[in-house]
Design a binder for this molecule. Sequence first.
Ligand code: COA
Length: 159
Amino acid sequence: MTAVEVRPMRWWDIPAVHMIETSIFTNDPWSIEQFWSELSEPTRHYFIAAIDGDIVGYAGSFVLSPEADVQTIGVASGHQGQGIGGLLLTTLIEHAMQAHAAQLILEVRSDNVAAIAMYQQFGFDRISSRPNYYAPDVDALIMRLRPLALDTTYGGGKR
Ligand SMILES: CC(C)(COP(=O)(O)OP(=O)(O)OC[C@H]1O[C@@H](n2cnc3c(N)ncnc32)[C@H](O)[C@@H]1OP(=O)(O)O)[C@@H](O)C(=O)NCCC(=O)NCCS
């Protein structure tokens, strides 16, 4: 895999992140203002992934130990399937572990096959659902990683 840098997201990253956001979350993308608001909250922890300085993915969490939630995770469509989502999720898990969170919770659309497969690969279990939350027959699945543990066999999603 090409060298991918993962680092904390800063306010000046918002335009590039927002461009990816609008291209991958076409139904209901976050606004620029929402990213500003997230970055201003001390409980939020956002990271970007970059290749040769170009942002190709981002992820963020809410951490207030013992609770932690995955707020969002996204990889530009031209860079999906290269292990970048896995790298970003690993970063969120490591950060939550360092903050002594007891578990990591997230919500995902029941029709998001790629994301659900990634979360399951990292050990997330489905704990509940909100039927028809996103659309008729598209539920919100609530998934949880507990106890927080990294799957050390994960190789970065190389294909
Ligand atoms: C979900 C997402 C972040 C995954 O990022 P990615 O960089 O493509 O994922 P990786 O290459 O790191 O793959 C990690 C694992 O995810 C799963 N996965 C990724 N793409 C998949 C696909 N198209 N089909 C099935 N499983 C897939 C696999 O388990 C994979 O591990 P493997 O390569 O060892 O098989 C990316 O698809 C994305 O940005 N989707 C649009 C935004 C989104 O849905 N975000 C999640 C909201 S809850």
